[in-house]
Write a protein that binds this ligand. Structure first.
Ligand code: FO1
Length: 326
């Protein structure tokens, strides 16, 4: 079975680990979000690709869900001693090596897709990991910073990098707009459209519908390829009991005018894209609303407490795919 999965960071990576356990013989292609990518200290950092690669390759910091296990922060401390930041983004020594190799290869002219393949040679994630695009796409968030009452510029509206919104501000101010800068001009990375065309099923894990899956779908050609593939497309709700399972998805959902409920996220994707949708058992009451929108819906446990739980979610998603296939 050929499965294509659109993935953001932690939610996508943990779901993929379950999917691999559920169907060890499946041929899995992951289309990873790269709009969270950021240039820091002259290096290109790809948080979502790395989170998938480290999680499936056994190198992830399990508690955080991002970054490396057994990490140290000497380099960051040395940079801070020179007054070189940002101090709010936690890059560890082991993780730095990945960004150095990636940046060297990019500087030598390799596209991000080839660099990702080279990095995966080491980590052997057991899936084919493709960036959504080799072109630069960067999510910016429009915010009005709180009026500090002092300096000029306080209370100003500005666009900031997604990581600054997510990590430095911890989404503490409303996201007024979320813009995947560069998406309109971006092309799908080599292999992306081919993988979709050859897939037996496409899955949307419980990743952020706006800044993860939303940005992948914003790359021209990807949404159309999925809608036209003629295979079941099944998603899993990242919202359980009207709140995000992890992260702050509700903040960015508000920016695109979508309420933070499992049913509203399904409607946001729409029946033109989605054939099946899994909600958590606590949201069983929303099954009818989703089905009224033309999307087959089932309520099953959606908390990825461990790999077995994630594997069971993957089995449910594949069972729903078979059901809609008819
Ligand atoms: N998330 C944090 O909350 N704080 C951090 O300092 C941080 C650093 C970081 C470094 C490398 C990396 O691959 C991911 C990192 N993340 C961090 C996670 C990341 O910011 C986001 O969770 C994802 O971009 C959202 O998918």
């Amino acid at each position: 079975m050929r499965i294509v999965v659109l993935a953001g960071g932690i939610g996508g990576a943990r779901f993929l680990r379950g999917l691999k356990q559920a169907v060890p013989d499946a041929d899995i292609t992951v289309i990873g979000n790269t709009a969270d990518d950021i240039h820091l200290f002259g290096l290109k950092v790809c948080p979502d690709l790395d989170t998938v690669m480290y999680t499936l390759g056994g190198g992830i910091n399990e508690e955080q869900g991002w970054g490396r296990t057994d990490e140290t922060f000497h380099l960051k401390e040395e940079l801070a001693a020179y007054g070189v930041g940002p101090e709010w983004f936690g890059l560890g020594d082991r993780d730095f090596a990945t960004h150095i190799v990636r940046t060297q290869m990019l500087s030598a002219g390799y596209p991000l897709s080839a660099v990702t393949e080279a990095l995966c040679d080491r980590w052997k994630p057991g899936v084919r990991l493709l960036p959504m695009s080799d072109d630069r796409v960067e999510t910016h968030v429009a915010v009005t910073l709180p009026d500090s009452g002092s300096a000029a510029g306080s209370g100003e509206r500005k666009a900031i990098h997604f990581q600054e919104y997510w990590v430095r501000l911890r989404a503490s101010v409303p996201a007024e707009a979320v813009v995947p800068v560069g998406a309109e001009q971006a092309k799908p990375a080599p292999g992306v459209l081919e993988a979709i065309a050859e897939a037996d099923v496409v899955l949307f894990p419980p990743s952020n519908p706006v800044v993860s899956i939303g940005t992948i779908l914003a790359v021209p050609g990807i949404r159309e390829a999925i809608a036209d593939a003629g295979v079941p497309v099944v998603g899993l709700s990242p919202i359980v009991g009207d709140a995000p399972v992890r992260g702050m998805a509700d903040k960015v959902l508000a920016a695109v005018g979508v309420e933070s409920t499992a049913a509203a996220v399904a409607e946001h994707y729409g029946s033109g894209l989605l054939d099946g949708w899994l909600v958590d058992t606590v949201d069983a009451g929303s099954v009818e609303r989703v089905e009224a929108a033309g999307i087959r819906c089932r309520a099953v446990p959606l908390m990825m407490t461990d790999v077995d739980a994630a594997a069971q979610m993957a089995r449910e998603a594949l069972a729903l795919a078979e059901e809609v296939r008819g």
